[in-house]
Design a protein. Structure first.
Length: 428
């Protein structure tokens, strides 16, 4: 008589992510291919945009269309009234100016705005003690005895205390002036705002290009506006007619005058507002939240130094190597079932996957036996009509048996299970 052994049913197949984790010969991926934010990537990760990148088409259309109309219709009258080379120069300047603005638009929207890389696990208390921060000492303890991370901590900036928040999504304390963009799902350094017109966050690494883009667009509007009026005045003088008749003779000029007048108020007002932010060293996010009302701005260094810092200082390098190679995103396997605010056990990195080195640590036999015994115990309880909420991984923390762990157990259990069945059949 053959003995019967109950084993948990094996999943039919592994997910693609777990297959990449288990298979040490799986092809390596790029960082942008396992990116956890909502960004869109082009040219193999060389260009990074926000999720609303399609709005760029509308922005380009609003910039290019009036310039095309100006060059196609208004330029003819200007070339006739002015000397040919001067009229051609006026038209060429508008075309070159538009091309320059489009380049600024892509420099603003197609580069890393200053994204802070996410942590693979919540920081340990000692990870955040760097001498410039003041950590609260009265931390609340969780039920398991592990400390919870405080929602804020104090940081010294130019001799003044500034509170920084802990980001549950990126699992890090945000640097000063950093905020998490809900649209791009990233923490952005010196976050100003998310601009739907450029389809990207405006932060430390692209704010300068954004300001030049907005101010240049203002100047282009004024340029087209002015020479459309010059064209109307020349028509009035040539035909000895009033304004209305001149507009009827050149309706495109009248249309562009109206369009550029409205656009100049919009982008001109935006330019003036950001010029005020620059000379006072504020961000749009800080200004709208009235963060410095009745308080001293710790970042305000004076008009001259503020302008030099924001517009003429060296742009820092990106903290993300989007084309670096990794072997899957295995960190989520162990962090997905961990409660928020809980710090990882020091033993966990020894049993996890080494993403940076691109290789996977072997799972010990006793680890596999622990996983298999947990699954079998859950199966027995299911037959009895009850099921525990958590299964003990060890004595230091509670872990959920997630489908990923079951798949790993199944993968490593295929060989062990077949050998066990052969032994049992041989005995009977």
């Amino acid at each position: 008589m053959q003995g019967k052994m109950y084993t948990a049913p094996l999943p039919p197949q592994l997910s693609d992510s777990n297959r990449r984790i288990i298979d040490t010969h799986a092809p390596s991926l790029r960082v942008y291919q396992v990116w956890k934010g909502s960004n869109k990537f082009f040219l193999g990760g060389r260009l990074i945009f926000g999720p609303d990148v399609r709005s760029l088409f509308l922005t380009i259309f609003l910039i290019v269309t009036p310039v095309i109309l100006f060059c196609a219709f208004v330029s003819q009258g200007l070339i006739k009234e002015f000397r040919p080379h001067l009229g051609n120069l006026i038209v060429a300047i508008s075309a070159v100016f538009a091309a320059y603005i489009i380049i600024l638009l892509f420099l603003t929207s197609g580069r890393d705005p200053g994204i802070i890389p996410r942590n693979p696990h919540p920081p340990e208390p000692e990870d955040e003690g760097d001498g410039s921060s003041i950590m609260p000492t009265d931390w609340a303890g969780s039920q398991g005895g592990a400390p919870t991370l405080p929602p804020t901590k104090d940081v010294i900036v130019n001799g003044k205390v500034v509170k920084v928040k802990y980001c549950q999504t990126c699992m890090l304390y945000r640097p000063p002036r950093c905020s998490h963009c809900s649209i791009c799902n990233n923490c952005v350094e010196r976050f100003d705002h998310h601009c739907p017109w450029v389809g990207q966050c405006i932060g430390k690494r692209n704010y300068r290009f954004f300001f030049i883009f907005v101010s240049s667009t203002t100047m282009l509007c004024l340029y087209v506006f002015a020479f459309c009026w010059v064209n109307i005045r020349k028509i009035m003088e040539a035909y000895h007619c009033n304004l209305w008749r001149a507009l009827l003779k050149s309706p495109v000029s009248g249309l562009l005058i109206l369009y550029t007048f409205i656009a100049a108020w919009f982008v001109g007002g935006l330019t003036a507002f950001h010029l005020y932010l620059i000379i006072t060293n504020q961000t749009t996010y800080e200004n709208f939240r009235y963060r410095y009302d009745g308080k001293t701005n710790p970042y305000n260094l004076g008009y001259a130094r503020n302008i030099r810092e924001i517009l003429f200082s060296k742009i820092p390098s990106s903290k993300n190597d989007l084309r670096a190679t990794v072997r899957g995103d295995s960190s989520s396997l162990f962090t997905s079932s961990m409660p928020l605010g809980r710090a990882l056990s020091p033993e966990m990195p020894k049993r996890s996957f080494d993403i940076e080195m691109g290789k996977r640590h072997a799972v010990a036999a006793e680890d596999f036996e622990d996983i298999q015994s947990q699954i079998e115990s859950v199966g027995r309880l299911e037959r009895c009509g009850s099921q525990p909420r958590h299964a003990n991984w060890d004595q230091k923390g509670n872990w959920e048996i997630t489908p990923d762990i079951q798949m790993l157990a199944a993968e490593f259990g295929m060989e062990h299970g077949s050998r066990d069945r052969e032994k049992i059949n041989g005995r009977h």
